[in-house]
Ligand binder design. Structure first.
Ligand SMILES: Nc1nc2c(c(=O)[nH]1)N(C=O)[C@@H](CNc1ccc(C(=O)N[C@@H](CCC(=O)O)C(=O)O)cc1)CN2
Ligand SMILES: Nc1nc2c(ncn2[C@@H]2O[C@H](COP(=O)(O)OP(=O)(O)OP(=O)(O)O)[C@@H](O)[C@H]2O)c(=O)[nH]1
Ligand SMILES: [Mg+2]
Length: 459
């Protein structure tokens, strides 16, 4: 199908060495050619070639830019349409001038994500692969990058297709059972099919879902709260985590969340630390916010780092913090171990009740490595890291996998209760449909538009 021709600036807005205006669609080459003066007409050049020339106002011939222009003819392109990329000098004015000229040539300004959307609509990639393009851009650690790359290459799609095929096998067999009830003993049928095949698919879904939490952490970061009495060393810990590890610290542009989120890469685990205001709030957690609010903060955290002062006796406040953390993932950090200990080992052990305790001297930079590997090992067992690219990390995908799993449970229960096969068929078909939504089979236009609108402009 032919869409209209679109264009956008595909590089970040601002000063840079080069900025790219990208065009895609049936008129892309003609449109670019009209504003291009070089040694050959762009309409005459071969596919996947790049050309030096001037960008001019077609009416006046006035030169506005010097550029390198790539011409890529369909179907072997990013969008599966004709694509032209005009490589301009970096700089706001010149690139916008070129974009303006392009948009005068019967070319429409692209919507955010529209190039990738076309790659999807034209069948080069499926929906989960398209979503991975965005994850790749937003990845904050090598591991998150690997997950996104795997998904972009179609690993999740292949997994989903495999599961759907197995469900189709069940549906086909159930179909035979409905069409020819005399063909096979119905009870043997359902037993064989549902307790073997459906359970097998259910088992695979369980396995995928079991790593989903870790995948989500890789993608979104581990929300981390540092708590402890005043002066125990919370800010020092923060500084060590942020600066000394030369961590990736980004605030994600374009997200709608109002809190500033800082990401710290600790042994491949992105920690999402709340902004300083938020941290200061949690510092005075007991006095200021009150128990209820602090419990809420702690409850929503994926990880709590509870600091204690080795140099002072444990206080009522310390004990209160232990009560507050409840069953949240917690690492207890006994800091200032360079100073004499006044903490009762027995009481600490009792309060910790099995939670890991790390001894640090942030002043002397001791124990930090140990803390880092503790964080990494709490969230990633070693076996899992190796097959990181099969993680499901996207909330939409996780939700769909859970729904498919529950549809299958319904099918299995129905079979157990000896319900008619066509009831079972409905549940299995539902699971098949739901899985299809992951790869973009059977999704509404509304959802597609919503997903792609979250992309950056020019992508
Ligand atoms: N200049 C530039 N660099 C870029 C991009 C771009 O669009 N332009 N990309 C944009 O994100 C990424 C590269 N992604 C791409 C993915 C697929 C195809 C593509 O043409 N695929 C065809 C044919 C592949 C082939 O020749 O074998 C296909 O899959 O059919 C191109 C770029 C990163 N770098
Ligand atoms: N001896 C020693 N001093 C430390 C250690 N860690 C931190 N300190 C010192 O303890 C003091 C308080 O450290 P901060 O990191 O500001 O502690 P905090 O928990 O953020 O304190 P508040 O913001 O006041 O709640 C500073 O003077 C640090 O230099 C340590 O391991 N050993
Ligand atoms: Mg502080």
């Amino acid at each position: 199908m032919d869409y209209d021709t679109i264009a956008a600036v595909s590089t970040p807005i601002g000063e840079g060495a080069i900025s790219i205006v990208r065009l895609s669609g049936p008129e892309a080459i003609q449109a670019a050619d009209r504003i291009f003066r070089g040694s050959a007409a762009l309409t005459k050049v071969g596919s996947h070639t790049i050309h030096y020339g001037k960008i001019v106002e077609p009416e006046t011939g006035r030169v506005v830019e010097e550029a390198m222009v790539s011409v890529m003819k369909k179907p072997k392109t990013f969008t599966r349409e004709d694509v032209v990329e005009i490589n301009c000098h970096g700089g706001l004015v010149s690139v916008n001038k070129v974009l303006g000229l392009v948009l005068d040539q019967n070319v429409r300004m692209a919507e955010p994500g529209e190039f990738t959307k076309r790659a999807f609509l034209n069948g080069r990639i499926d929906l989960s692969q398209a979503e991975a393009v965005m994850d790749l851009i937003r990845a904050k650690t090598d591991r998150a990058l690997n997950v996104a790359m795997g998904q972009m290459e179609g690993k999740l799609s292949a997994l989903v297709r495999e599961l759907r095929n197995e469900l189709l096998d069940i549906l086909a067999a159930v179909e035979v059972n409905i069409d020819y009830p005399e063909y096979d003993d119905a009870e043997i049928m359902t037993e064989k099919l549902l307790f073997e095949k459906a359970s097998r698919v259910a088992g695979k879904l369980d396995r995928i879902l079991s790593t989903a939490g870790q995948g989500k952490i890789l993608r979104e970061g581990l929300s981390t709260v540092i708590i402890g009495r005043p002066n125990v060393g919370k800010s020092s810990l923060l500084n060590h985590l942020v600066h000394e590890n030369k961590a990736i610290v980004t605030d994600i542009p374009g997200t709608t969340r109002d809190v500033i989120e800082e990401y710290v890469n600790v042994g491949g685990v992105p920690l999402k630390l709340v902004d300083t205001a938020g941290i200061r709030e949690t510092e005075d957690i007991v006095e200021k916010i009150g128990v209820e609010r602090s419990q809420a903060v702690l409850k929503s955290a994926d990880l709590v780092l509870l600091l204690l002062n080795n140099n002072e006796k444990l206080t009522g406040e310390d004990r209160r913090l232990f009560e507050l953390i409840g069953d949240a993932h917690t690492i207890i950090i006994l800091n200032k171990t360079d100073l004499p200990s006044h903490v009762s080992a027995d009481e600490l052990q009792r309060l910790a009740s099995g939670r890991p305790v790390i001894r640090t001297s942030l002043l002397q930079e001791k124990g930090i490595d140990e803390l880092e590997s503790m964080i990494a090992s709490l969230f990633f067992d070693r076996g899992v890291a190796a097959r990181a690219e099969t993680y499901v990390s996207n909330t939409r995908h996780i939700a769909l996998l859970k729904q498919a799993r529950s549809a299958l449970s319904d099918a299995i229960t129905a079979a157990e209760q000896g319900l008619p096969v066509d009831i079972i068929q409905i549940d299995v078909k539902r699971a098949w449909d739901i899985l299809g939504e992951i790869i973009g089979d059977s999704v509404s236009d509304g959802l597609i538009n919503k997903l792609f609108s979250q992309f950056c402009l020019g992508k």
